[in-house]
Design a protein around this ligand. Structure first.
Ligand code: HEC
Ligand code: HEC
Ligand code: HEC
Ligand code: HEC
Ligand code: HEC
Length: 252
């Protein structure tokens, strides 16, 4: 999915170019200017945005400002750098609410394709103000993009799924249970990898593929589908763990 970047890293390694760490990236004027410590005093919010990005998985993976915002990262001057971004009230800005899925989807395409099929997306684009659907950033944040887990998911879903809204109030709890199961699967996966790395190689490879598919399934936001896939994977990984456990107990 991220071939371009992986290719750049690969080539850089091949020809022995040093790969700069985030703080020393040069030649990207967005970063060179936005990272300035001066903003700590003059524009604290702007400073915080940059720190959020830098600490995020995107910052660490070298996904830079222009990947989401556009603009000219070669221009040193602010106006010139910002130039190809549209005016703040233009509907065509890449980070405007309705355009966010496509912007994120340039890299997370499988998830975007699933999300587009969801009820959530219908409610995002239909613009019904009282039942607005969530966007990628509603659930994951933008500059500080992060995954959801068993501890954080309920709070996110509860924004809209609660008793007062009468919009499927059982959802937050169901989501929590499902991400808890996902945690258990990951735990068992680690156990199998540690105890039986060689003979379980194929099993683990299949499991990882299925986990990737489960992430895609999540973005359809069809609870029954997610439940079915999750319990299937949990069953498989549980029985594999049992087999590995049995194998590693020496026979008398
Ligand atoms: C020379 C400094 C400088 C450069 C270069 C620069 N910025 Fe900015 N940027 C700023 C400042 C200062 C602000 C605060 C608002 C303002 O003064 O316009 C800002 C605001 C922003 C904003 C929020 C406001 C808005 O209009 O949406 C975004 C997004 C942004 N910059 C992205 C970028 C991107 C992407 C690049 C590179 C293509 C970039 N900046 C290059 C200094 C810079
Ligand atoms: C993964 C995509 C992504 C990356 C990378 C990213 N941004 Fe953003 N950024 C967004 C989105 C989406 C929003 C709009 C937030 C919202 O609507 O909640 C945003 C909002 C902002 C804002 C707030 C003002 C505004 O226009 O809403 C600033 C300032 C900003 N980004 C600057 C930057 C800078 C500087 C970089 C690089 C250091 C950067 N961003 C990297 C996606 C990104
Ligand atoms: C230019 C490519 C690119 C764009 C655009 C992009 N991402 Fe990412 N994203 C990545 C890469 C690379 C990773 C790290 C590898 C991975 O975990 O898949 C990542 C990771 C993530 C993760 C964390 C996954 C984890 O394993 O922790 C989330 C959540 C995420 N992105 C959400 C978003 C959102 C939301 C947007 C839009 C605002 C967005 N991304 C835009 C490339 C991109
Ligand atoms: C209603 C909330 C919600 C929305 C909207 C949403 N996601 Fe997610 N996303 C989740 C949940 C829950 C998970 C956790 C499932 C998992 O870990 O696989 C997740 C997982 C992810 C991951 C990690 C996948 C992995 O392989 O580990 C990425 C990346 C991601 N989402 C990106 C996106 C993008 C891009 C969009 C918009 C097109 C989006 N999400 C919309 C809730 C949401
Ligand atoms: C910004 C508001 C918002 C957030 C946040 C949100 N949803 Fe939704 N969700 C909706 C709307 C609106 C609907 C459509 C309800 C309808 O059609 O009447 C919906 C529908 C659903 C449905 C289908 C329910 C059904 O009965 O058909 C599921 C499943 C779902 N959401 C899961 C989630 C999960 C899981 C989260 C948290 C990770 C979440 N949602 C967060 C607004 C939201």
């Amino acid at each position: 999915m991220f071939k371009r970047r992986h290719f750049i890293v690969f080539v850089a390694c091949l020809i022995g170019l040093p790969l700069f760490s985030q703080t020393t990236v040069t030649g990207d004027s967005c970063i060179d200017c936005h990272k300035s410590e001066d903003f700590l005093v003059t524009d604290k919010k702007l400073y915080d945005y940059f720190q959020d990005w830098r600490a995020s998985i995107h910052g660490q993976e070298d996904i830079v400002c222009v990947d989401c915002h556009g603009g000219n990262a070669k221009a040193k001057d602010k106006e010139a750098a910002h130039v190809s971004r549209m005016s703040p009230d233009s509907k065509s800005r890449s980070v405007d609410f309705q355009n966010i899925p496509d912007t994120c989807g340039t890299c997370h395409d499988d998830l975007l394709q699933a999300y587009i099929k969801s009820n959530h997306y219908q409610h995002l684009t239909k613009k019904d103000a009282d039942r607005r659907g969530p966007n990628c950033v509603t659930c994951h944040g933008s500059l500080n993009s992060r995954k959801l887990n068993v501890n954080t998911v309920a709070e996110v879903c509860e924004q809209c799924h609660n008793e007062e809204s009468e919009n499927a109030p059982e959802i937050p709890n169901k989501a929590m249970v499902l991400l808890n199961d996902l945690n258990t699967i990951s735990g068992y996966r680690r156990f199998i990898e540690r105890r039986d790395p060689v003979e379980s190689k194929l099993f683990l490879r299949n499991l990882d593929r299925n986990l990737g598919e489960l992430s895609t399934t999540w973005h359809l936001f069809d609870i029954e589908k997610i439940e079915t896939s999750t319990s299937q994977l949990l069953k498989e990984v549980k029985s594999k763990r049992k087999a590995v456990l049995k194998k590693s107990i020496p026979k008398k």
